[in-house]
Write a protein that binds this ligand. Structure first.
Ligand code: GDP
Ligand code: MG
Length: 440
C-alpha cells in the first residue's frame, strides 16, 4: 500500500539532522516503490522522484523543522503540483446551454456520473438535461432514464437505431428550446479503446461543439491510465477528467498520471454510487491521502454538510472546551449514519486502513447499542458524562433500562472521553484531555 510505504520511508529519516543525497536515498527508493505499487506509470514516477530528490538535497534544513517533515513537505507540494495545483472548476458556456460530453471505457461510471453531475449542478441552481447517446444496449438508455427520474432531471432519448451524433444534436436542440442551462451527454464505452468508439465520439463531439469533454476514469485503472488518457486526449481532445470509484481500494495512481500526461486537470471525483457522491477534486487532499495523512479535510467537510451549520459551530466550541457530551455523541453518530456508509467515513479517518464488510456490520450494530444506552440517560447524565464516570450505580441503572451489560455502559463512557481527546487532536488543539478512570 502506498500509504504504508511512504510512512516507512519517513520513519527512516527520523533522527537525521540534515537531508543529504545519502540519507534520502532509501526513503526515495521507498517512495519510488510505493508509487509503482500504486500503479503510477513508470515515466511519471521517474520524473517525480528526480524532481523531489533535486529539491530535497538542494534545500538547506530549515531551523526548527525536522528533516523528515521537510521531505514530507517537498513530496507533498510536488504531488499537489503534479495533480494540477488547485481545484479546476467546470467551465460554463457564456451563452446558450453548456454542453458536457462524457467519454470513457465501459463500466467506469459514465452513466452514473451523468446523473451525479446533474444532481451536483442542480444544487448550484442550474437546470440540466441528460442525453442518452449510448445506443448499443437498450438497458443503458433505461438506466439513464431511471436515474433521471430519481433526481427529477429530464432525459432525452431516442431509439437504438438512431446514430449517437444525431441523438446528441436533437437533444441539444430540445435543451435550447427549453432554456436548459446544462446538457450532459452519456456515450457508449468499450472494454478497450477501439477505432469505432473513437470515431463515434469524434462525430458526437463535432455535432455538439461541447464546452467540456470529460474523460471518466476508474480510479482502479492503474498503469494503463497514462496511455488511456493520452489516447483519448490525442484522438478526441479532452478538457478534463473525472476520477470515479475513489471509495474503493484504489491507491490513486491514476490521479497522478492524468495531468502529467495530458496537461488536463481532474475536475471531479466520484466516491460512491449514491447521487451525492460527487465532489470537486482537491489536489492537496489527494496528496495528503497519498502521504498517509488521511482525507481529514474531506471528512470534516462532509460531516459539516450533514450537520446544520450552527450545530457544527456549537460542536466545535464544545470540543475546544472539552464539553463534548452524550447529546453531541448521539448527533455525531446519527450524522455518520446519514453520511451513508460507515465504511466510507472510516476510510477517511487517518490511520484507519481498509475495512471489511464484517467490520462495517459490527460498527453499525455498535451504533445501535450506543443509541439504546444514551436514550435511557437523564438529561444531566447526557450533559455531564462525568456523572457516569463517577457513579457505578448510574451505570448499572442505564444497563438495566437499556437491556445492555454494565461493561457495555462503561465502554461507552470511556469511548466518549476518548473521543473528546481524539477530536481535539483532529482540530489541532494539542493541550489534550484526560480520560478519567471509572470509579466504583
Ligand atoms: P458506464 O458503463 O461507464 O456507464 O458505468 P456505469 O455508470 O453503468 O457504472 C458501472 C458500475 O459502477 C455501476 O454498478 C455503478 O453503480 C458503479 N459506480 C459508478 N461510480 C461509482 C463510484 O464512484 N463508486 C462506486 N463504488 N461505484 C461506482
Ligand atoms: Mg453507461
Amino acid at each position: 500500500q502506498l500509504t504504508t510505504g511512504l510512512e516507512t520511508a519517513w520513519n527512516k529519516l527520523r533522527g537525521v539532522d540534515v537531508l543529504s543525497k545519502e540519507n534520502i536515498a532509501e526513503p526515495m527508493r521507498d517512495i519510488r516503490r510505493a508509487l509503482l505499487e500504486a500503479d503510477v506509470s513508470l515515466p511519471v514516477v521517474r520524473r517525480f522522484v528526480q524532481s523531489v530528490s533535486d529539491q530535497a538535497v538542494g534545500a538547506g534544513v530549515i531551523r526548527g523543522v525536522r528533516p523528515d517533515q521537510q521531505l514530507v513537505k517537498i513530496v507533498h507540494d510536488d504531488l499537489v503540483k503534479l495533480m494540477g495545483g488547485e481545484v479546476s472548476e467546470l467551465v460554463f458556456a457564456k451563452s446558450g446551454p453548456t454542453v458536457i460530453l462524457l467519454a470513457g471505457l465501459q463500466g467506469v461510471g459514465k452513466t452514473t456520473v451523468c446523473a451525479k453531475l446533474a444532481f451536483y449542478l442542480k444544487k448550484l441552481g442550474k437546470s440540466c438535461m441528460l442525453v442518452a447517446a449510448d445506443v448499443y444496449r437498450p438497458a443503458a438508455i433505461d438506466q439513464l432514464k431511471i436515474l433521471g427520474e430519481k433526481i427529477d432531471v429530464p432525459v432525452y432519448a431516442e431509439g437504438v437505431d438512431v446514430k449517437p451524433a444525431e441523438i446528441a444534436k436533437h437533444g441539444l436542440e430540445e435543451a435550447k428550446k427549453k432554456s436548459i442551462n446544462v446538457v450532459i451527454v452519456d456515450t457508449a464505452g468499450r472494454l478497450q479503446i477501439d477505432k469505432s468508439m473513437m470515431d463515434e465520439l469524434k462525430e458526437v463531439k463535432q455535432a455538439l461543439n461541447p464546452t467540456e469533454v470529460l474523460l471518466v476514469v476508474d480510479a482502479m485503472t492503474g498503469q494503463e491510465a497514462a496511455a488511456l488518457v493520452t489516447t483519448f486526449n490525442i484522438e478526441i481532445g479532452i478538457t478534463g477528467a473525472i476520477l470515479t470509484k475513489l471509495d474503493g481500494d484504489s491507491r490513486g495512481g491514476a490521479a497522478l498520471s492524468v495531468k502529467e500526461v495530458s496537461g488536463k486537470p481532474i475536475k471531479l471525483v466520484g466516491r460512491g454510487e449514491r447521487m451525492e457522491d460527487l465532489e470537486p477534486f482537491y489536489p492537496d487532499r489527494m496528496a495528503g491521502r497519498v502521504l498517509g495523512m488521511g482525507d481529514v479535510l474531506s471528512f470534516v467537510e462532509k460531516a459539516q454538510e450533514v450537520m446544520r451549520q450552527e450545530d457544527a459551530e456549537e460542536l466545535q466550541k464544545k470540543i475546544m472546551s472539552a464539553k463534548f457530551d452524550f447529546n453531541d455523541f448521539l448527533k455525531q453518530t446519527r450524522a455518520v449514519a446519514q453520511m451513508g456508509s460507515v465504511s466510507r467515513v472510516i476510510g477517511m479517518i487517518p490511520g484507519m486502513g481498509k475495512v471489511t464488510p464484517a467490520q462495517i456490520r459490527e460498527a453499525e450494530k455498535n451504533l445501535n447499542i450506543m443509541e439504546a444506552m444514551i436514550n435511557v440517560m437523564t438529561p444531566e447524565e447526557r450533559e455531564q458524562p462525568e456523572l457516569l464516570a463517577e457513579s457505578a450505580a448510574r451505570r448499572k441503572r442505564i444497563a438495566t433500562e437499556s437491556g445492555k451489560t454494565e461493561q457495555q455502559v462503561s465502554q461507552l463512557v470511556a469511548q466518549l472521553f476518548q473521543m473528546r481527546v481524539r477530536m481535539k487532536n483532529l482540530l489541532g488543539v494539542m493541550q489534550g484531555g484526560s480520560i478519567p478512570a471509572l470509579s466504583n
